[in-house]
Design a protein around this ligand. Structure first.
Ligand SMILES: Cc1cc2nc3c(=O)[nH]c(=O)nc-3n(C[C@H](O)[C@H](O)[C@H](O)COP(=O)(O)OP(=O)(O)OC[C@H]3O[C@@H](n4cnc5c(N)ncnc54)[C@H](O)[C@@H]3O)c2cc1C
Length: 71
């Protein structure tokens, strides 16, 4: 049996950000996704597209944003 504080459904950007915030509060997460890849739509559909609405990043490739969220 897996013991955890939080179960997150979906390893898209929202799920990855949630993991980060939970970590700040010392909460353990277990993440479940239907596909075997992290990153949701950004990695699966448009990893090479530049996005312009992430605070602090005038422009960032969707795939690169996910790589950084994973780190
Ligand atoms: C072509 C395109 C371009 C876009 N460009 C931009 C942009 O420039 N800027 C911007 O801000 N937004 C953009 N968006 C929107 C952006 O991609 C979404 O707002 C964002 O992906 C939502 O993140 P999320 O983590 O909530 O969900 P998602 O990225 O959709 O990830 C959800 C994850 O949950 C998994 N999942 C879903 N249901 C289940 C389930 N029942 N069980 C297990 N796993 C499940 C999926 O497999 C997926 O991996 C774009 C979208 C598209 C399609």
């Amino acid at each position: 049996m897996i013991k955890t504080d939080i179960i997150i459904i979906g390893a898209g950007p929202v799920g990855l950000f949630t993991i980060f915030e939970a970590g700040l509060m010392k909460l353990h997460c277990h993440v479940i996704d239907a596909i075997p890849k992290v990153g949701g739509q950004l990695k699966e559909i448009y990893p090479k597209k530049a996005i312009y609405d992430i605070p602090g990043f005038p422009s960032v490739l969707a795939g690169a944003l996910i790589d950084n969220l994973e780190k």
